[in-house]
Design a protein around this ligand. Structure first.
Ligand SMILES: [Zn+2]
Length: 267
């Protein structure tokens, strides 16, 4: 048994600390629920950083899924073994996403990189749980990592597809804010203030050419109907009255959608 395995076995069954649970939640949000498996490189990375087994980390992510209303509705979160600490952490940070990013960064900066490094298996390996750069100003790091957190969390919960047309090229997808962050800073990182849209539908949503009602129906502004382009007809107008594809987690907040309809939609 090598040194790492010895350490892992010593920790087996021990209670998760607050810091470990925070990092688990931070990771949980940013990878699609279907990929919260022990084979996921980021799950491996967290296991390595906190000296736990990848299967223990995967189980913890599954437990966190129990708090997600959408997963519960679908009966996916069969893992009901969450601890009191899991519930406390979920309740604390699901009301304050900025604090989740801030505390996760602070914990990551204190963690020492284990001596035995894992091979880097893909490009996502280091990005989610990367310790903050020491050369960058902390405020810049927090803003940048916060934006990355929001983008990854929203796109992961939408399975990397536009919720209107289903476009699935990550390069053309935007995690759109329902209430723009310049209007309301406190919902800037709230995943329920985000929807995954392709660049065309993002821009249309941003400019009020389309909106989504609180019952998730797509509305197209009258102005768009004056277009004589067949492309506009197929790519925008024909979606009028359709329902968006709801994400597997972090359902868009209906009050935020009502705000968009009232304040941004051109009608
Ligand atoms: Zn689209």
């Amino acid at each position: 048994m090598d040194q790492l395995n010895k350490k892992v076995s010593q920790k087996y069954g021990s209670v998760w600390s607050r810091d470990e649970t925070i990092l688990a939640l931070y990771l949980y949000c940013q990878i699609p629920f279907a990929k919260t498996k022990q084979t996921n490189p980021s799950v491996n990375r967290l296991a390595h950083l906190i000296d736990r087994t990848p299967s223990a980390v995967a189980r913890k992510l599954g437990n966190l899924g129990a708090f997600d209303e959408r997963l519960a509705e679908k009966g996916i979160s069969g893992l009901k073994h969450h601890s009191k600490q899991d519930a406390l952490i979920w309740n604390e940070f699901s009301q304050n996403w900025e604090a989740l990013v801030d505390e996760s960064l602070s914990i990551l900066s204190k963690l020492e990189e284990p001596r035995s490094r894992l091979p880097e298996r893909d490009s996502s390996f280091d990005t989610i749980l990367k310790p903050p750069s020491r050369t960058e100003k902390p405020t810049i790091t927090l803003a940048r990592v916060g934006q990355d957190f929001f983008r990854r969390t929203v796109l992961a919960s939408h399975d990397f597809k536009c919720c209107i047309c289903g476009l699935d090229l990550a390069e053309l997808l935007i995690a759109s804010h329902i209430i723009p962050w310049s209007v309301r800073t406190e919902t800037r990182l709230d995943p329920c203030n985000g929807i995954a849209l392709c660049t065309l539908h993002d821009k249309s949503f941003d400019r009020g050419l389309l909106s989504i009602t609180p019952d998730y129906t797509i509305r197209i502004a009258g102005k768009v109907n004056s277009s004589r382009s067949d492309f506009v007809k197929q790519a925008i107008i024909e979606f009028e009255g359709f329902t968006i594809k709801l994400p597997s987690r972090f359902t868009p907040n209906i009050e935020f959608l009502a705000w968009h309809l009232e304040n941004v939609f051109l009608g």
